[in-house]
Design a binder for this molecule. Structure first.
Ligand code: T6T
Length: 324
């Protein structure tokens, strides 16, 4: 065989190998990077996995051991180093400090979608950070307002309230705190007596809440802004024998929060839709991969507000976080 013929043969074989076999499509590979192991992100992972199965994709999932920038940062670095990922779906644990590691992923050719939490100010069109394809998650200011109005309502517009928050710099919980303060400030008789930061630790949340119950003996209500904040606040109220006396609004519909609601220790549970966030983020990655160019840069996913009256309604109960 002449050299020329051999060269033609090699080029032809190479061309054939690049064409997908009939019925097979070149598929994106996804990295999922949640905030921490908790029932909220575990349900989100179920949504991710369902969409991945529906689209016949592959996903790599890694959780940071705790809610912490220094523990989340190495994961996008490792995702870049693998060299085989096309998209990262992530909940950045800090709106400013996670910009650089995720920008590095984008620079390496990986597209980023944020779920639950956002980067910068969350406005990916006109804000300071525009590289993520979209931000899919709750309207957290509104979530805080729902909590504030609920406590004002149950306290008849008059009383002292306290907020159990997680960390400064977390977009979601920060906004829930803001929405809460905005809502109660519409009631002249409502007074905020404090907001503590538990670093996403239920034990610390319980200790801080116990100290507040001692400091403010007539405390009317508490807003626990997420899973561990509400869990710690609820435990402290129960331990003080004040269940049903101090009103607790719990963000995130864990089994534990629902049990406290059923026992009368929690007034209201605000359920987010983490399954939807995870599922939709994979759908967005797939749509982008297939060439869709007009994906919305912000998708608010909504809430279900759960009370003792509606908790058994299947249309409401379906939003309780069910972790296998
Ligand atoms: O409330 C969720 C999530 O929305 C927030 O960003 C962090 O905390 C949770 O994961 C619940 O623990």
């Amino acid at each position: 065989m002449t050299k020329k013929l051999l060269a033609i043969l090699v080029v032809a074989l190479l061309a054939i190998s690049l064409v997908p076999a009939t019925g097979q499509e070149d598929k994106p590979k996804i990295g999922f990077l949640p905030g921490v192991v908790d029932p909220f992100y575990q349900v989100m992972e179920l949504g991710v996995n369902q969409a991945v199965a529906d689209f016949d994709l592959e996903v790599i999932t890694q959780y940071p051991p705790s809610w912490n920038v220094s523990e989340q940062t190495p994961i996008p670095d490792a995702y870049v180093a693998r060299g085989d990922l096309d998209y990262i779906i992530t909940a950045p644990v800090d709106k400013d400090q996670m910009i650089a590691p995720l920008q590095a992923a984008v620079d390496a050719g990986i597209k980023v979608i944020t779920v639950d939490t956002f980067l910068g100010d969350g406005d990916y069109i006109d804000g300071p950070v525009t590289f993520p394809l979209s931000y899919i998650g709750s309207d957290n200011v509104e979530g805080g307002r729902i909590a504030g109005r609920a406590l004002a309502d149950v306290l008849g517009g008059e009383g002292t309230v306290y907020v159990q928050n997680t960390n400064v710099g977390v977009s979601t919980t920060e906004q829930r705190g803001e929405g809460f303060i905005e809502a109660i400030s519409e009631f002249p008789g409502m007074e905020l007596v404090g907001m503590d930061y538990n670093l996403d630790d239920a034990n610390r949340a319980a200790e801080q809440t116990s100290a507040t119950l001692q400091r403010v003996p007539d405390l009317g209500g508490i807003f626990g802004v997420n899973v561990f904040s509400a869990q710690g606040a609820g435990n402290a109220v129960i331990a003080a024998g004040l269940g049903g006396t101090v009103q607790v609004v719990a963000f995130d519909a864990t089994q534990f929060a629902i049990e406290m609601l059923r026992n009368g220790d929690v007034t209201l549970v605000i359920a987010q839709k983490p399954f939807d966030m995870g599922y939709m983020a994979v759908e967005f990655a797939m749509a982008d991969w297939r060439g869709v160019t007009s994906l919305p840069r912000r998708v608010p996913t909504g809430y279900a507000v759960i009370t003792a009256e509606n908790v058994d309604d299947p249309e409401v109960a379906r939003f309780i976080y069910q972790v296998p």
